[in-house]
Design a protein around this ligand. Structure first.
Ligand SMILES: Cc1cc2nc3c(=O)[nH]c(=O)nc-3n(C[C@H](O)[C@H](O)[C@H](O)COP(=O)(O)OP(=O)(O)OC[C@H]3O[C@@H](n4cnc5c(N)ncnc54)[C@H](O)[C@@H]3O)c2cc1C
Length: 418
């Protein structure tokens, strides 16, 4: 039986970061991934440039730059694909240059996993973790390969880090995250030739559409030789097959709306759509097992930003914190340290999201279309500005706009329906 200090289950950004950081600290690490790398992960692949800072310790700058296919500095916002509102990520008075980095997840994740190996982790891909058993001295992990020649693998470790995403098994094995809040998003990657491009489709522009889906948004993210087109909702309908089918149709309609807007010639019947849940932050809760043997990171820990729906940066941050706790031999401090990093900000983001997506048209007119709206959003994404810093001002702003609207006889904006 193989013996490690840490077994990391899942080689997405959270797992690879945990493995690299723990291995760099001198721990014996196994990184297990059920798919063969590089693998597809349903994702827009957009993230704030600050991700690079969080990876800097172990990922060479050149490796990061090699996988970033586009840098976005402008956002093109629409409501129901109508008139365009342009927003700049940076304003002339901005103290520092912000941008959004666009990656293809197969390449990005693969680069992180390979770097974890260079840091000393042992990577096994094509190996699915089937069971995790805890005892007083550690964990026993049983895994097996997929395919015809099924090989089994059993290993022991002092700790297991669950980095196995939204549908993983680690949280269940540790009796954690029993009540989750899931958003749903769908995307498709379209090959695109920029030399034929004109108008508003540009490699430095991302597109966001707010009216086409209920309580969510649709997007186009530019990549090196493709466009990632997607749509997601923060409050998917609860119910049976019928509601899932209707949701799928709604998301597809929003994606097709972009095809029509930009006259993209696509064989729609041949498209491969990828849909996936996003486990949203819903407040403080234990993110490690009571015996300190299992720690959850990234999507497995429910760390998707409830306002934007991004999870890569937070997965990476949680991986670093988890690895540091293990290297210091104090897994019991993990939840507290993680919450210290994200809880106040995400609680405020959740509060703002409840308002924003409940009154999307009002929010589009008064928040997105503000001169500094895009810049503030970019700073929030980057962690340059905290949601918790703007909640108070936002409440005042809504009050001011509402009173003005009522006085000028335009009706109470908060009563506006989509
Ligand atoms: C359509 C869509 C668009 C999105 N767009 C963005 C975006 O633009 N920017 C952003 O920041 N976030 C985005 N997200 C969220 C983002 O994709 C996730 O937050 C992020 O992937 C979380 O990383 P992770 O490492 O925690 O989990 P994952 O990336 O899901 O990695 C988990 C890994 O664990 C493996 N695994 C699962 N079970 C097992 C097992 N039993 N044994 C071994 N391995 C296992 C999986 O194969 C997978 O490779 C989007 C999500 C969706 C669905």
């Amino acid at each position: 039986m193989l013996d490690y200090d840490v077994i990391v289950c899942g080689a997405g950004p959270s797992g690879a970061t945990t493995a690299a950081r723990a291995a760099r600290a001198g721990l014996r690490v196994a990184l297990l991934e059920k798919q063969v790398l590089p693998r597809h992960k349903p994702c827009g692949g957009g993230m704030p440039i600050q991700v690079e800072t969080w990876l800097r310790d172990w990922l060479p700058e050149t490796s990061f730059k090699a996988v970033v296919e586009a840098q976005v500095r402008q956002l093109c916002h629409t409501w129901n694909f109508g008139e365009v509102h342009w927003g700049s990520v940076n304003l002339p008075e901005s103290p520092r240059d912000l941008s959004l980095s666009m990656v293809q997840r197969p390449h990005f994740d693969n680069a992180l996993a390979r770097q974890a190996v260079d840091c000393g982790a042992r990577l096994r891909d094509g190996l699915t973790v089937r069971s995790i058993e805890r005892d007083a001295r550690g964990v026993t992990v049983r895994a097996s390969t997929t395919g015809d020649r099924r090989e089994t693998f059993t290993a022991r470790a002092r700790w297991l880090v669950g980095a196995d995403g939204a549908n993983g098994i680690a949280a269940k094995a540790a009796s954690l995250r029993q009540r989750r809040r899931l958003a749903i998003a769908m995307e498709v990657e379209l090959p695109y030739d920029w030399s034929l491009s004109g108008g508003d489709l540009r490699p430095d522009v991302a597109h966001l559409e707010y009216g086409a889906v209920r309580r969510g948004y649709a997007w186009i993210f530019p990549k090196g030789e493709s466009l990632n087109v997607g749509a997601g909702v923060f409050h998917p309908p609860q119910g049976g097959r019928g509601s899932h089918r209707r949701l799928r149709e709604e998301l597809e309609r929003a994606i097709f709306g972009y095809f029509d807007r930009f006259a993209l010639e696509v064989d729609r019947s041949a498209l491969k759509f990828y849909a996936h849940p996003l486990p949203l932050w819903k407040g403080k809760e234990p993110r490690h097992s009571s015996d300190g043997r299992v720690l959850l990171v990234g999507d497995a820990a429910g760390l998707v930003n409830p306002f934007f729906g991004d999870g890569i940066l937070h997965g990476i941050k949680s991986g670093i914190i988890a690895a540091d706790c293990l290297a210091e031999g104090c897994p019991e401090s993990y939840t507290r340290r993680l919450h210290g990093e994200v809880a106040a900000n995400f609680n405020a983001a959740r509060w703002l999201a409840a308002f924003f997506y409940r009154f999307p048209h009002w929010s589009y007119r008064h928040v997105v279309q503000r001169r500094d709206g895009t810049h503030i959003a970019a700073r929030l994404l980057a962690g340059d500005l905290q949601f918790s810093e703007i909640v108070g001002k936002f409440v005042g702003y809504v009050g001011q706009k509402t009173v003005r609207g009522a006085i000028s006889g335009l009706g109470a904006p908060l009563g506006l329906k989509r």
